[in-house]
Design a protein around this ligand. Sequence first.
Ligand SMILES: Nc1nc2c(ncn2[C@@H]2O[C@H](COP(=O)(O)OP(=O)(O)OP(=O)(O)O)[C@@H](O)[C@H]2O)c(=O)[nH]1
Ligand SMILES: [Mg+2]
Length: 677
Amino acid sequence: MPPLKCPEPGFGVGLRLLGDYYFNIALISDIRPVRERTRMVHIGPSWGFSLEKFGTYMSKNLRNICIIAHVDHGKTTLVDYLLRQAGTFQAHETVAERMMDSDSQERERGITISAKNASFMLGDVKVNVVDTPGHADFGGEVERIMDMVDGAILLVDAVEGPLPQTRFVLQKAIAKNLKIVLCINKVDRPEAIGSNMVQECVDKAFDLFVELGASDEQCDFPIIYACARQGWCTADADAIPTYLNGGGERNLKALFNAILDVPAPTADEAAELQLLVSNIAYSDYLGNLALGRVAAGTVRRGQELLRHGMADGKPVTQKFQVLRLLSYQGMKQVEVDQIPAGDIGLIAGCETLEIGDTISGLGGAALKRITVEEPTMRMIFSINTTPNSGREGKAIQSRELRQRLANECRANVALRLEDTDQPDQFYLLGRGELQFGILIEKMRREGLEFMVGRPNVLLKKEDGVTLEPFERVILDLPEANAGEVTRMYQQRKGVLAAYEAMTLVGNEEQRVRLVFDIPTRGLLGTNSMYKTATRGSGLISSEAAGYKPHTGSIMHRLTGSLIADRSGSTTEYALASVQERGVLFIGDGVEVYEGMIIGECAKENDLNVNPVRPKKLTNVRSTGSDGLTNLYGIKKMSLEKCIEWIDDDEWIEVTPKSVRLRKKILAQNMRGLRKDD
Ligand SMILES: Nc1nc2c(ncn2[C@@H]2O[C@H](COP(=O)(O)OP(=O)(O)OP(=O)(O)O)[C@@H](O)[C@H]2O)c(=O)[nH]1
Ligand SMILES: [Mg+2]
């Protein structure tokens, strides 16, 4: 009997025999399990039966895969259709688009922030699938899940081709020796239709495999051409035009078959239990849950286990009892009695957990901890020391702030906490401005008040030479803006490494792809400048390019700050004269305090101004407007813009209601007006 491939509708019956055992009879065209979690052995062209233990899958009936790609290449959209077409949802269930992006910030920003698990059934095979984020700042999320899977679907946008994060994730997948399926997605994009972009994309991907040292076996990857957004794919490149014209089998069958060809986990079922904690989930009822793949043995409810962790840099072990076990069914976590070797599940019962810990049987040993790339940036977090602290949220004390940051580091392997010489300030080490921005927003939504400083890159010293991190930036922008953008990056020590004209489609304006090698320091804070220069149409992606000798000072911003010199409520009258000195960040009627930044000075020095001066009242009635009280315009400073804009001697004050900028030293007589650099 050939192995079971894609499920199709049909019918079947199941009989419960003895306790945990099931007996199923099914028409072979109906290859859905008669009851979920029951496996079938097919014995003829049209009939099948199974006699296996309910509630478990032997590892041969499991596939663990992840979906990896550069940002926006369509991973989450593809997972939607994988789950839908595998019959994960009931007919009456309404499912949202990109449903794996369940976090509020993920939905608002339209990006995946953390890797997430789900599962679906392909006939008698349970497939655990992990959707991963594509943004470089969340690369740690991809690294931590690599130990859970045996295969990876590498998505590549047919038009954009492999981009920096494609390289990063592919490198990790190759290193873990995963079976890789190349899936060229978005073949429906107008630029790809009628051109040979799809073939070029395959060639570039192949070159990347070779460049990254893939084995011959890995280089022999299956290729699937897909339109995730319409839920179809084909293994035949020549069939793409048929599909684009509405023909062909409009489903993901070819991909399902490729998934079934990924090797089943080779976990030893008879061995002592071992599970590497790849993530920590939280449940209100059960507390912390350890998520991971059972590398060996079986974990059962009530079992006594060991956690192998680290405390103060030393290995520690702790005994605990399994309270509950959960397994993924679709996107839901359902309770089970046991999780067999090779399967992915969650264990409740151990409160102290860290990603990278091992959970084992009482005689078991620890597995190798998860290692991820080193952080390249740090940001300073402080308690809120402004005069108005605590008015708009919970002004936490240093101990609570430290605890909150430490909790985040436990759940995110790419972050690290370090103390500073100040008891109420802490360094958070991470990978990028977006990663910090998302955490700040998350803490703000929890109702907390705190302050953060300007992100800085982490320098290294080798043989007496100071080194700094570099990045390779790939820009895709209209040719008309290329000159301005090139100047912008060259001013920040960027070196143009490549300039390539993109293929034109119809009457579209000519676009170019620029590649810069630039110190990470120079790249910080340039995002909105780049967006403005390209009128929002520029795409940017970057990859870490290692440490190189320090390039000396790089200009950050050429402007100073307009600083309130007293507290009070701003008046339109006062702001009307302040605005002559620069650009305002706030309007009238806003409470300010001495040292708060209310705008950007047109010159490079800081300027203390009085934004609260009231208009002198006179008895003389004036006709019409006095012409002075109109404000030109206010530059709204979002959290992201503040992070890009601030200087080293400034703080961002974050509260649930507002984001304000301030000088670190509030009193004007204590602060020099000239900026240090
Ligand atoms: N034209 C076209 N657009 C697609 C296709 N697949 C996905 N998209 C679109 O691409 C955008 C990004 O899709 P996502 O699924 O969020 O991409 P992602 O890879 O999960 O993104 P991150 O998780 O943030 O890295 C969405 O607007 C999708 O509708 C496709 O096959 N064709
Ligand atoms: Mg996504």
